[in-house]
Design a protein around this ligand. Structure first.
Ligand code: G3P
Length: 218
């Protein structure tokens, strides 16, 4: 399972990249706004910087148009920023049509705002490279988001769909573990959730004891 960072924060992207486990980045308009980036030129330059930091990983850049012509025009511009850009398109009717166009024209897409197996089937039919079910937001509404990952994984395997399942809206380390267990191809996470995987009190206790004992022979 690949690890993507779900942020537009350059310091966090650099930290995760230096940590050595980073395979890509996803962003969305909310995450870009959080970093105070304004204007198309600044947004495009920010995406380019992210691509240059991560080097070999896919970077999702989201369109904000909602009609077919607008999505295609915007997506073409985003894809031209860097070969690693994946155009993120919402799960709406014109979005599905645009994803098919992108797929036919060699532009990779990430279908976002996915909350059901039916939407995941449509994304795969449209040739999306990634489908992004929003696990945390499903949990917020009283359902188990990881069950959706398992269902999509089963359907994609039975049907031979090549779209990769990119578990999004990850909120904690347990989400990452459950998504790995349920067959996600990618987890896009906040840095804290990835670093949370490191934690176990027995590791800390065990290391303290080893270091204490090491003093006896050093
Ligand atoms: O990748 C989608 C993600 O950014 C949404 O996360 O926490 O806003 O539901 P969240």
């Amino acid at each position: 399972m690949k690890f993507f960072l779900d942020t537009a924060n350059l310091a966090q992207i650099k930290e995760a990249n230096d940590f050595g486990v980073l395979d890509g980045v996803t962003t969305n308009p909310s995450l870009m706004a959080k970093e105070g980036i304004k204007g198309q030129e600044a947004v495009f330059s920010h995406y380019k910087t992210i691509c240059e930091i991560v080097k070999n990983g896919d970077i999702s850049a989201e369109v904000v148009s909602t009609d077919f012509d607008g999505i295609v025009a915007e997506g073409k511009k985003l894809a031209a920023i860097h070969p690693n850009i994946v155009v993120k398109v919402p799960m709406i009717k014109d979005g599905v049509k645009a994803m098919k166009w992108f797929s036919d024209n060699g532009i990779r897409t990430n279908c976002t705002l996915v909350f059901s197996a039916g939407q995941a089937i449509l994304a795969a039919k449209a040739g999306a490279k990634y489908v992004s079910p929003f696990i945390g937001r499903i949990d917020d509404s009283g359902w188990d988001g990881t069950q959706l990952i398992e269902q999509i994984s089963r359907i994609y395997t039975i049907q031979g769909f090549e779209t990769e399942i990119l578990a999004a809206s990850i909120r904690n380390p347990l989400h990452i573990i459950k998504c790995a267990e349920m067959g996600a191809d990618v987890c896009t996470c906040p840095l804290d959730s990835i670093l949370g995987l490191l934690k176990h009190p027995l590791t800390d206790i065990g290391l303290a004891k080893f270091l204490e004992d090491a003093k006896k022979f050093s």
